[in-house]
Design a protein around this ligand. Sequence first.
Ligand code: PLP
Length: 413
Amino acid sequence: MTQVHESGAVANQSNLGSNEHMAMVSQYSAHNYEPLPVVISRGEGSWVWDVEGNKYLDCLSAYSALNFGHSHEGILEAFIDQARKLTLTSRAFQNDQFGPFCEEITKFTGMDMVLPMNTGAEAVETAIKTTRKWGYKVKGVEHDKAQIICCTGNFHGRTTTVISFSDDPQTKDGFGPFTPGFPLVEYGSIDALQAAITPNTVGFLFEPIQGEGGVVVPPDGFLKQVREICTKNNILMIDDEVQTGLGRTGRRFAVDHEDVKPDIIIMGKALGGGVMPVSGIVASKEILGVFNPGDHGSTFGGNPLACAVARKAIKTLVEDDLAGQSDTKGQAFREKLRAANCSKIKEVRGKGLLIGIEMTEEAGAAKPWCKKLMAEGMLCKDTVENVMRIAPPLNISEADLDWALERIINVLQ
Ligand SMILES: *Cc1c(COP(=O)(O)O)cnc(C)c1O
């Protein structure tokens, strides 16, 4: 079935086989996921090894949290160095990593201020709270009337408020009552956005490419038009770059494809360098200035270990030009895959190394094809039912990417 036993000795320290691990998970863990049947025990660069020592190419990168690959030397070093010095103070005290992190991330994003959190969903919640408070304090919207427009097909995380504006029935089933104040408009439609704006609208929350929605790229010019409409109507343009940010789409941020500056950028996933959860939002002083001590917070947000890792992640992104690498490699990959004219593929889309492969109706759901690819030594994941997402680490070698391409073409031919 799978690959060589390159490192069996290192891999199977616990002496449990994959089946035993999967049985434990099935018995003792809530069944809120249905993972591929592979139990990984080691990762290096773009490759991972299972407990039996089989080797796989990681073409999911933990939903883009592993933009730098597994066990990135520099990031691991920053992580371990900082872990030996200081890991947590809470924001009740200051720490010597937080200030430099704030300066570096605001300069990197061209914004004035940052508010750090841990997970993507928390950062989205933070953007919502910021936008609402801005709406009341700065825009002058009547108490408790603020509306933030969201998009059909969106994915912004799993908290109760965030799922309140999902339009995926399973995401919401059994979790009501929901938070009000989030009208939905069709993703990619400027007319729909324009029509939904009222005097109580305070923000428009969107993904510049919908990742979980099936790698949906909006029409050219959409982001520019969103910027214009938001400015004209005095509403905040809230850009969720948790998945698309930090080089994934071939630019530092996906909005850079249209040279657009949003009011709030939400970051997460890759910001933690693949070693820990780090998230946050950046915005202008006028917007993040709405907060006073005690308004909002997080015990782990801005912790020194997270700050040291995020600083190194940003530095690595810039120094290694990972956005540029992602752009070139992604474009070549899509061109080659389209040229192969695979009979099971309806469409190949995406930007940079965020790639969606939509299956033909005949080929059906993407998941069985992901399982076939797993048997060939390649790990990837369906997003919506009929779309396979290919999103390897941005520093993947061209040879490895070609290797993946060969497998995909063989399986989908
Ligand atoms: C993954 C994701 C989130 C949520 O991040 P978590 O860390 O899983 O809470 C939010 N927005 C987008 C666009 C995402 O892809």
